[in-house]
Design a protein around this ligand. Structure first.
Ligand SMILES: Cc1ncc(COP(=O)(O)O)c(C=O)c1O
Length: 428
């Protein structure tokens, strides 16, 4: 059983209990739920900034470039916080490029990822002069050559390298190793073809090598192995005259969703990489997503029913896999707290289930909650990453609102969708 105090420690920094109610960023969560409705995603400005500062501080001695992987949370107000804190940005779509631009990121602080980028995305990247386009395959490089044509532009490229390094994580979160769909296999015909293409085309410049091993990785050794492989490759390319500047090791550092879960801090990653990059010709780059936002966000749900089913107590809430598909996608596990009197002694194990018509719609299995009644509020900590950004309108349920809190004030960041929003593209 997780003690309530250990679950409280997963909340954003400065969260607390005011008059028996959970508070985040100086705002009582029950007040936020009344004002903005539920389900509600609450992000704490102070925790976002603290996370950004910790990661930047950890990598500063290495002179590394740190980007935020926007896919973890594309809310413009959140991106703006990271822009202000000095992070660069990793985007994967035209939508993310537009969100980044609205958040104030200059194009030369953005790189574009993706294993099958649309032509319009590549055209936009070339037009606005992004810092780099990360190349996943030769077809994409050929498409860029065609789009550039005779224009007098320079396009900076990063080569996403598929290494044989496999990280220990859920198979759906692995993005390296033999079965991965991402990147150009090292020392392959595809790699040679890509390098020849770059060498032949004066508009193209290969400035960095990149790999991203996967997500929720708690073992730092895979990063040093991947770095070793990329550094050797960079040395070979440099000997052939490639003007490489950077080696990017992606993101993927694990966060603890429940008390006691393994995690990997920015400081641990930086310490492990320091011997390799301390005195090196190439600058290190990293692009964490989850590690920068997971803790800053909490999900708030209202209980609709409580029932006993055999030995199981089921607490049904007004959200679920529509706003958080992670448990159904890859068995993600969470803890939970009541918003009112969060330190109450828990009863037996409870499943917090969602409102969607799928048996896999279980938000948090076997969590310890006190007696709950219809109308009570539940808080799921560590909800800041890959929830709002993965939310769907399955069952035609509108997506939740998002608020940003800090200094006892709450600002709406994303309004709750309406049924009209959800049906807006339907052509009856
Ligand atoms: C290329 C790339 N970089 C960075 C990330 C961020 O990973 P995480 O949020 O686990 O740090 C991802 C996540 O999918 C990714 O695909």
């Amino acid at each position: 059983m997780h003690e309530p105090a250990s679950v409280l420690a997963l909340l954003p920094h400065g969260a607390g209990i005011v008059d028996g109610m959970l508070s985040v960023g100086g705002c009582r969560v029950d007040d936020l739920a009344s004002r903005f409705g539920t389900p509600l995603y609450v992000y704490d400005d102070g925790t976002l900034r603290q996370s950004a500062r910790e990661v930047l501080a950890a990598f500063r001695p290495l002179g590394a470039r740190v980007s935020f992987a926007a896919k973890a949370c594309e809310v413009i107000r959140v991106l703006r916080v990271f822009e202000e804190e000095g992070l660069d940005l990793d985007a994967v779509s035209e939508g993310e490029l537009e969100a980044a631009s609205r958040a104030g990121f200059d194009p030369d602080r953005i790189h574009l990822h993706g294993n099958n980028k649309a032509e319009e995305e590549l055209a936009r990247a070339i037009r606005c002069g992004l810092r780099a386009i990360v190349i996943d395959n030769v077809d994409e490089a050929r498409r860029i050559v065609r789009l550039v044509g005779n224009q007098p532009v320079q396009v900076s490229l990063t080569m996403r390298v598929l290494l044989p390094v496999e990280a220990a994580t859920h198979p759906h979160l692995q993005t390296s190793g033999e079965r991965s769909k991402f990147g150009i296999p090292v020392e392959s015909d595809e790699a040679r073809e890509f390098l020849d293409l770059v060498a032949q085309h004066p508009s193209l410049r290969l400035i960095s090598l990149h790999t991203h091993l996967g997500s929720q990785i708690a073992d730092v050794d895979v990063y040093t192995r991947a770095a070793d492989d990329l550094l050797q490759m960079a040395a070979r390319l440099s000997a052939r005259g490639s003007p490489l500047q950077e080696i990017s090791l992606g993101g993927g550092w694990a966060v603890a969703y429940r008390p006691g879960d393994p995690s990997l801090s920015a400081r641990d990653v930086a310490a492990a990489l320091a011997p390799l990059f301390g005195d090196c010709s190439w600058r290190l780059a990293v692009e964490p997503g989850r590690a920068l936002v997971a803790r800053a966000g909490v999900a708030i749900y209202r209980v609709g029913s409580v029932k006993q089913s055999g030995s199981r107590r089921l607490v049904a809430v007004d959200g679920g896999m529509g706003d958080n598909p992670r448990p159904a996608l890859y068995g993600a596990r969470y803890s939970a707290l009541p918003v009112s009197r969060p330190m109450s002694t828990p009863l037996g194990p409870t499943d917090v289930v969602g409102r969607y018509c799928e048996s896999g719609d279980v938000l948090a299995r076997d969590v310890f909650l006190p007696a709950m009644r219809a109308g009570d509020l539940i808080c799921i900590p560590m909800s800041g990453a890959y929830q709002v950004s993965m939310a769907s309108s399955y069952n035609l349920v509108p997506q939740p609102a998002v608020v940003l809190v800090g200094a006892s004030r709450a600002n709406l960041a994303v309004r709750r969708a309406t049924v009209d929003d959800v049906l807006a593209r339907d052509v009856p």
